[in-house]
Write a protein that binds this ligand. Structure first.
Ligand code: G3H
Ligand code: 13P
Ligand code: ZN
Length: 332
C-alpha cells in the first residue's frame, strides 16, 4: 500500500460533501494517534508536516513512519502533505522524500513572515505546480495572509493589518486561473496557535461569508481552512488543573467549520488542539504519579488523548465512514 495524492481525497470529499482534517505530526506517537482514530472511524487521512516538523523528526524517520502507517493500514488511504512550504526548494525536497502533496505558501516571502506581492505568489506557486503535477503530486497554495502569532510560520498580523490581508475573492479567482493549484488556503479571520480570539468569535471576526463568495467563484477549487483548532475549554482546563498556566482563549467553533464544509471547504488544518490534548495528558500523569519515569507511562495516555480529539474532528467533518470507499490511486 502506498501513499495517495491529496487531490484524490479532496475530489472524493467534494463529490460526497464532506471535509477532511489535516493533522500535523512531529513524531511516531502523533502518527499513531491519527491512525488509531482513522481505523476506528474508517476515515481517509491527511497527515502533514511543517518545515519545523521535518527538521525535528528528520525526513528519513518521517518517511519510514508514514510508510509504516500505510503498510499497517492498507484499507485507509493516506496523503502525506508538506504544510506551509516557504519556497519551491522546500516543496521539491518534500516531493523527493515521498510527500504526495505540498503547500507552496507564496502568500509570504521565503522568510515565512513578510507578506509577498501577487506576482511573487503566482510565480513561485506556478513553478511548484509545473513540477508537482508532472509527478502526480497535489499542490495547495494560499492567497491572502492568515493573522496571528509571531512564532513559526506566519506574518503575525493583527487588527486592521489582518483585515487588510483577508482573501479578496477577485484575486482568488485570478490566482487559481494563473496557477492551476489544486487547493486554495484562504484567509477569513483565523490564525495559528491557541490564542485566536479573546471571546467566542462571531460573524464580525470569522468571515464565513467570504468562504461562500469564494466558493461561488471557484466551485471546482478545494478550499482549505488553516488555523482551525477549536481550542476546547475542557482541554485548557486539564492543562491548568495539572499545573499549566494558559489564559482563557477561544478557537474556531466546529459548527463554523461545518458551515464552511457546506461551501467548498475540503481540508481543515488542526494542530493546536492535538498539542493541548497531549500536554494535558502528560501533565496529568506527572502531577498524579510523580514517581513515574518510563516515557510509555505518559506517552500512551498522550497518544489516546490526541486520538480522541482526532476522532471527534473526523466525525464532525464528515470524513468518518469513507475510508474504504475512496477510489485509490497511488503516485505511480
Ligand atoms: O503552521 C502551523 C502548524 O501548527 C505547524 O507549526 O511550524 O510549529 O510545526 P510548527
Ligand atoms: P491550528 O494552530 O489552529 O491548529 O492550525 C494549524 C494549521 O493551520 C497548520 O497549517
Ligand atoms: Zn497553517
Amino acid at each position: 500500500m502506498s501513499l495517495v495524492p491529496m487531490r484524490v481525497l479532496l475530489d472524493h470529499a467534494a463529490e460526497n460533501g464532506y471535509g477532511v482534517g489535516a493533522f500535523n505530526v512531529n513524531n511516531m506517537e502523533q502518527i499513531q494517534s491519527i491512525m488509531m482514530a482513522a481505523v476506528e472511524t474508517n476515515s481517509p487521512v491527511i497527515v502533514q508536516a511543517s518545515r519545523g516538523a521535518r527538521s525535528y523528526s528528520q525526513d528519513n524517520y518521517l518517511r519510514h513512519l508514514m510508510l509504516a502507517a500505510a503498510e499497517l493500514n492498507p484499507q485507509i488511504p493516506i496523503a502525506m502533505h508538506q504544510d506551509h512550504g516557504n519556497s519551491a526548494e522546500t516543496c521539491f525536497s518534500a516531493i523527493d522524500q515521498g510527500f504526495t502533496s505540498v503547500m507552496m505558501d507564496g502568500s509570504l516571502q521565503a522568510d515565512g513572515k513578510s507578506p509577498s506581492s501577487y506576482e511573487y505568489n503566482v510565480d513561485v506557486t506556478k513553478k511548484v505546480v509545473d513540477k508537482a503535477h508532472a509527478l502526480g503530486v497535489t499542490v495547495e497554495a494560499e492567497i491572502g495572509c492568515l493573522g496571528g502569532i509571531e512564532d513559526g510560520h506566519g506574518a503575525g498580523l493583527t487588527g486592521d493589518e489582518a483585515l487588510a490581508h483577508l482573501t479578496d475573492p477577485d484575486e482568488a479567482e485570478r490566482f487559481v486561473a494563473d496557477t492551476h493549484c489544486d487547493a486554495l488556503a484562504v484567509a477569513i479571520g483565523t490564525s495559528h496557535g491557541a490564542y485566536k480570539f479573546t471571546t467566542k468569535p462571531g460573524d464580525d471576526v470569522l468571515k464565513m461569508d467570504l468562504i461562500e463568495e469564494i466558493h461561488s467563484r471557484l466551485p471546482n477549487t478545494h478550499l482549505v481552512m488553516h488555523g482551525s483548532s477549536s481550542v476546547p475549554a475542557e482541554l485548557i482546563a486539564i492543562i491548568n488543573q495539572y499545573g499549566g498556566e494558559m489564559p482563557e482563549t477561544y478557537g474556531v467553533p466546529v459548527e463554523a467549520i461545518q458551515q464552511g464544509i457546506k461551501h467548498g471547504v475540503r481540508k481543515i488544518n488542526v494542530d493546536t488542539d492535538n498539542r493541548l490534548a497531549i500536554t494535558g495528558a502528560i501533565r496529568k500523569v506527572f502531577a498524579e504519579s510523580p514517581g513515574k519515569f518510563d516515557p510509555r507511562d505518559y506517552l500512551k495516555p498522550a497518544r489516546v488523548a490526541m486520538a480522541e480529539v482526532v476522532k471527534a474532528r473526523m466525525i464532525a467533518f464528515g470524513q468518518a465512514g469513507w475510508g474504504d470507499k475512496v477510489p485509490v490511486k497511488s503516485l505511480d
